[in-house]
Write a protein that binds this ligand. Sequence first.
Ligand code: ATP
Ligand code: MG
Length: 471
Amino acid sequence: MKQVELLKNKATEQLVHEVDVGIHVVDLNGTTIIYNKKMAQIEGMNQLDVLNKKLVDVFSFHKNEDSTLLQALKNGEPIKNVKQTYFNNRGQEITTINHTIPIMDGRKRIGAMEIARDVTKLEKLLRENMNRKNDTYYTFDSIIGKSPAIREVIEASKRATRTNSSVLIIGDTGTGKELFAQSIHNGSGRSSASFISQNCAALPDNLIEGLLFGTKKGAFTGAIDRPGLFEQAEGGTLLLDEINSLNPSLQAKLLRVIQEKTVRRVGDTKDKKIDVRILATMNEDPIDAISEGRLRKDLYYRLSVVTLFIPPLRNRKEDIYELAYAFVQKYNHLFGLNVTLIHDNVLQTFMQYDWPGNVRELEHIIEGALNVITYENEISYNHLPMHFRKKIHIKPGTQKNNPQEVTASELQPLDKHMEEAEIDYLKQALQQFNFNITKTAEALRMSRQNLQYRLKKYGIRNHRDGSSGPK
Ligand SMILES: Nc1ncnc2c1ncn2[C@@H]1O[C@H](COP(=O)(O)OP(=O)(O)OP(=O)(O)O)[C@@H](O)[C@H]1O
Ligand SMILES: [Mg+2]
């Protein structure tokens, strides 16, 4: 019998430290009797700094009553699934979700026990994602570039400011999707209301759902009454970045919100009317995303009322010069410099380069150059960041500053080659059918929509309009 008692005691003692939840037991005075390892980890404490001390001497709460342990001690009632935010003795903020239970000896209360799960990180993530409102700074004046390709997108975007239709902005990374989205908002009648942008790839499904649509208290463990981004963007614009990363079942919910212009918080039964303009971005071909199941067709049709395709920088190299000088100005201003020139060699290198990171990459290179420049007023090849210089091939034995010797690798990446072949083939086919889209699409066994998307993507224009394409 004694053996059994011993085993029970030992097992309980061990169990307390093996489980993956925090356990904290106080006696009637609020002094800590049991404090497991997990709890110490959650609260960023040393076990010895907490054991045998009074709870309120170690932790601070907004009010002492906020301690769920003390409440359970006082009221003798269990408290379930309550979220608590408090501070450890170093002022570090902690957020947990607790079950707190009074410990009884028959009818006598002798202490209280708390079982806690750590949600500090989750809480921080949600908060960081909640407080971004109206922090736009781009307008159409910020968009640099005179290439026909970029001017065409700017014109289409300006037309889009007059309506409330959804806009789908497609472009590779760094092409300026955010810039266009902000410009549309700021150029529209909604400019004095909120602009909220949310990256759909940044958070796991369950979090993003609550974040977008809001939550009702009790919807799930730790849920509180919280408006979603749709409600927060009321009267304004909501930018959903990387929409193709959103789980398809959430895409269906999103479609319903857009169509019905009402939103229902997770766990709620009531719908709320909303007036929000939706802009969405993606960085891949929507036709591919649909065929590979990443984008719902019905959502695509709804979002693509206006589709803006921002061409990659390599297809509008005539913008490089102006962009490069604009970034020189920007960083002159920021760094207190007075650089006025970019050496021809450098500009030529820029013209030969492929720019996989697009305008953002160009901006970073100029920023990098202005970081190393000392007294010169001209950016030369040697100021360019090493990682960039490594990417462009230089014939051995030649001087780095000699432009003629800076050549690209003889083989180009396969996808670029395929793209060029596709462009040539499309142009050929169009010519054969006298630029009749329906007939050309039929001959190529593709949908009209797919063909039109590709023409837009590559900036191939219908020659029957009398306009000539940028290529
Ligand atoms: N036409 C442009 N004129 C001036 N600056 C530009 C232009 N296009 C892009 N930029 C600048 O390049 C950077 C990247 O732009 P932005 O963030 O809008 O790209 P993005 O398409 O949203 O990229 P990602 O897909 O990676 O999110 C920003 O600093 C932006 O100011
Ligand atoms: Mg972006």
